[in-house]
Design a binder for this molecule. Structure first.
Ligand code: SF4
Length: 98
C-alpha cells in the first residue's frame, strides 16, 4: 500500500492535531489560574463570611474582582484569586477615611 502522506503534509496534520488537542487545555486554563493560598488563609483564619461590619470590601488589603460581586484577591494572600468580597480574616485593616 502506498503511503499518501508526504512529510510536509504529515507534519502539518500532526501539528494541527496537537493544536486541536490543546484547545481543552487552554479552555480550562482560565479556571486553573484561579487559586487559593491555603497557608495564609489558615494562618489568618480566613472565612467566606463577614465579621460584623468588617469584610474584604472595606479592607485596605482587598483587590476587587471585575465586578463588585466577583471574587478578588488580597495583597497579603499571594497568588490567591478567590477571596470573597464578603470574606474576612484576622489581618483585616480598615480603609483610611479621606
Ligand atoms: S486581609 Fe483579610 S479581610 Fe482584608 S482583604 Fe485580605 S482576606 Fe479580606
Amino acid at each position: 500500500m502506498k503511503d499518501d502522506f508526504k512529510p510536509a503534509r504529515r507534519q502539518f496534520l500532526m501539528t494541527g492535531g496537537a493544536a486541536i488537542a490543546m484547545i481543552p487545555v487552554v479552555a480550562f486554563t482560565g479556571n486553573a489560574l484561579a487559586a487559593t493560598n491555603p497557608g495564609m488563609r489558615a494562618s489568618m483564619k480566613y472565612q467566606d463570611t463577614p465579621s460584623g461590619d468588617k469584610d474584604c470590601t472595606n479592607c485596605l488589603q482587598f483587590v476587587p474582582g471585575k465586578t463588585p460581586k466577583d471574587l478578588g484577591g488580597c495583597k497579603i494572600f499571594l497568588g490567591d484569586t478567590e477571596v470573597a468580597p464578603k470574606g474576612y480574616c484576622t489581618a483585616w485593616v480598615a480603609i483610611p477615611k479621606k
